[in-house]
Design a protein around this ligand. Structure first.
Ligand SMILES: [Zn+2]
Ligand SMILES: [Zn+2]
Length: 291
């Protein structure tokens, strides 16, 4: 089973070990992200946030129109936990390659001298207004990677709390996340062949139609197809001929491995290259992992 919510250290470690054996080419990348996800798991255990407050009228309207339950600005961030996690992530990055190490040191120094306000960076991840905080010598990819991954435990906790609102609803089966409105980063086919999506932003998992394009809602089997290889039968790339978008899918019926979706997204970058070569674009427009 995929992990329905939150982050499990056990799942991260088991999944990383199995993937490193299976795909040695990803060893370095998986080791880096395993450390990132474990730090998030540890941080998630200490998250203290209240449930998002939405007026009953607004909530009713959103539900009746199948609008996402939360506006991005309504996510609640545990600033203290996120700040501490950002420091840990910078330390992890210092063990990375030369460029990453130099940039992580610059970020830590900028926080210390007040040149970079981490709270403004966290805020930017949610509201995307103005321009992202910039630092000389540090790429915007690294700044956004650190900002997003530092608030992710808060996002997942908040999303989990908000998902309780939908418990009495029939599944919406939308292409966008019912909680935050983002597009899925990955899909799974479960044991009975039912499809689930994993949100690329808040990690919410929701049910989707089996034959469906998340991007344009196409349900015509004649214009939906998938690409897969015999060597990796648990993976496939689901593609839509109408909008030329794709999503990577794990067929859970074809593997007994422990699945931790964020690691699977990383261990399948070769499928993104395959899809790109076939003229396809992902269903999401931004990649929170910065990959
Ligand atoms: Zn979401
Ligand atoms: Zn489509």
């Amino acid at each position: 089973m995929t992990e329905p919510h939150g982050i499990s250290a056990d799942a991260v470690m088991q999944s990383a070990d199995q993937l490193k054996n299976l795909r040695p080419a990803y060893q370095e990348l998986l080791t880096f992200f395993e450390a990132v996800f474990l730090a998030q798991e540890a941080s998630g255990a200490s998250i203290q946030i209240e449930s998002p407050r939405i007026s009953p009228d607004i909530l009713r309207k959103r539900i009746s129109e199948k609008f996402p339950i939360l506006d991005m600005s309504e996510f609640i961030i545990d600033s203290k936990a996120s700040l501490s996690l950002m420091n840990t992530l910078c330390d992890i990055a210092k063990n990375g390659n030369e460029t990453l190490r130099t940039e992580a040191v610059s970020v830590l120094q900028a926080i210390e001298t007040g040149q970079l306000d981490p709270l403004a960076l966290f805020d930017y991840q949610l509201k995307k207004h103005d321009a992202p905080p910039a630092l000389p010598g540090v790429s915007s990819t690294v700044i956004n990677f650190l900002g997003y991954n530092s608030i992710l435990p808060s996002l997942a906790a908040c999303s989990h709390k908000a998902s309780a609102i939908l418990e009495t609803e029939d599944p919406w089966k939308t292409g966008y996340c019912p909680i935050c409105g983002s597009m899925p980063g990955l899909s799974t086919l479960e044991k009975e062949g039912e499809r689930s999506y994993v949100c690329s932003f808040c990690r919410h998992v929701w049910a989707a139609p089996r034959l469906f394009c998340a991007f344009c809602s196409n349900t015509d089997g004649k214009t939906l197809h998938y690409i897969y290889s015999d060597q990796e039968s648990e993976y496939r790339v689901d593609a839509c001929d109408v909008c030329s978008r794709y999503i990577k899918t794990i067929d859970m019926r074809k593997t007994s491995r422990r699945i931790y979706p964020p690691l699977e997204m990383i261990a399948t970058i070769h499928l993104d290259i395959l899809a790109s070569d076939a003229g396809l674009a992902p269903v999401y427009d931004w990649n929170p992992m910065g990959l």
